[in-house]
Each structure stands twice: as C-alpha cells, then as structure tokens.
Design a protein around this ligand. Structure first.
Ligand code: BTN
Length: 250
C-alpha cells in the first residue's frame, strides 16, 4: 500500500482486494476525500448487489465523503461522479462520453464506467458516503465475460492508447472536488443544469424496469433532487434511482 496525491488528497494504492468499498469502510473515521484504489478486485460489486468485473488495467476506487446533505439529494451525488468521469474522458482523450442516469457513463452506446454510492444516513442527512467508481480504462474487452462484451467498452478499445491511471484518477478527483463543494453549498439547480447538458437521454424515449412493473416514456427533465421525470402513457412519473432495475434508451 502506497500513499500519493496532491496535498489535499490522501490516496492509498492497493494491489488485489475484495472490494475497495469494504476496504474504505474498514478504515473507519478517516479524513474526508481519502481515496482507496485497487489494481484488481476479486469481489467488486455494483448496484443492487450485482457483481462488478474488475480486472487489472481498470481504475477501481472508493472515495470517503461526509456530505451532511439531505438524503433526498443522493441522486445528485451519484450524477456528479458521472459528470466528473465524462469531463475527465473528454479532457484526456477528446472523446464525448455521456451520463447515463442514474449511475453510469456511456461511450458510443456502451457502458464504460459505473458508480456505486453506499451511504449512512442520520436524521435524513448523508453522514458518510462511500463513493465507489469503476472505470474500464486500460484493458481489452476480452478481459470481461462474453455476455458483457457487446454492452460494455473500455477506454483502451475506444481511444487505442493506454492512459496513465494516476493522471486519470487525479483528473476525476479534481473535477469531483469542485462539483462536490458546490453540492455541499446547496447549488443543486446549477449542478442539475450542468448534468443535464451531459445527458443524452433528455427528450428520448426510455424503457424502465421497476420493482413491480415496466414503463416506457419520454424523458422530460431532471428534478432538482436528481430524480428523473418521464412522461408515460399513464402520465408523469418521477423515477428515484433506488427503484430502477434497468433503464434503456429505445
Ligand atoms: C454499477 O454500475 O452497478 C456500479 C459499479 C461500481 C464499481 C466500483 S469499482 C470500485 C468500487 N468497489 C466496488 O466493489 N464497486 C465500486
């Protein structure tokens, strides 16, 4: 384990871990913006208890935050991570990636990154957030199981060159730090506008699998909370990320 990073960031690099989420949790009450990075994860996890393939070459990390913001703004926190990844990809490669609500980044219609925010809540406020970010960076698509290869991509596949993992990580963290300060200050509406400008799905039709039903509708807007508003045949529906099993553009 090695500590690096600009003075205001503590970044710990590990080799093989189960999940950076668990490692981050085990650190206890560390400084805000402490970051745990792994070269490889054996038990990487995604949303809804799904597994997350984390071969060497990817960028797998967890940031520890203490936002103390209302739990109703949880979706914005996830979206700020996607926004930071989209910006980092554009800065480093010139490629245009998009935020896929609620917790993914897509490049050329394929998933390139995913976000998992595990939060502790006290009195309706997020007291701690373990912000897990996985970016398919420097590996070939063959490193993923066959069933994922037409749905996912990597930056190596799309850009054709290896990208320095630390440089890329610091880019994401710097972007996120800037947006996070605005988020802490309550500038939700301003952030929502920036997020929307990087979402391809506004004005498009989506099909959504919820816990009990599937709905299809036109994406109208993003609420100030980060919830998505769609217009379905049943009228307007406000979607909260925790209820979404699957969402596809059609
Ligand atoms: C998803 O798309 O469902 C979210 C994937 C989140 C993966 C990252 S990789 C770093 C951190 N550690 C984990 O076990 N998961 C997150």
């Amino acid at each position: 384990m090695e500590e690096v990073g600009p003075r205001d960031l503590k970044i710990y690099f590990y080799d093989v871990v189960d999940s950076t989420q668990d490692l981050a949790r085990s650190l206890g009450a560390v400084e805000e913006f402490t970051v745990v990075v792994a070269r490889e994860q054996i038990k990487g996890r995604g949303r809804l208890g799904r597994g997350w393939y984390s071969p060497p070459g990817g960028l797998w990390f967890t940031i520890i935050l203490y936002p103390k913001t209302p739990i109703s703004t949880y979706a914005i926190l996830c979206l700020l991570c996607s926004l930071s990844i989209v910006k980092a990809i554009e800065d480093v490669t010139g490629l245009k990636a998009h935020i896929k609500w609620p917790n993914d980044v897509y490049l050329k219609n394929k998933k390139i990154a995913g976000i998992l925010v595990e939060s502790d809540v006290i009195d309706e406020l997020i007291s701690r957030a373990l912000v897990g970010i996985g970016v398919n960076l420097n590996f070939q698509i063959e490193s993923l199981p066959e069933e994922l290869r037409d749905k996912a991509t990597t930056l190596l596949e799309e850009y054709g060159e290896t990208i320095d993992r630390e440089v890329f990580l610091i880019k994401i963290l710097k972007e996120l730090k800037k947006y996070y300060e605005e988020y802490r200050a309550g500038a939700y509406q301003k952030l929502v506008e920036v997020i929307k400008s990087r979402m391809e799905m506004i004005g498009r039709t989506v099909s959504v699998s919820l816990d009990q039903e599937d709905v299809t509708g036109l994406v109208k807007d993003l609420e100030i909370t980060g919830n998505l508003i769609i217009e379905s045949t049943r009228g307007e529906i406000v979607l909260n990320p925790s209820k979404i099993k699957k969402l596809e553009l059609i």
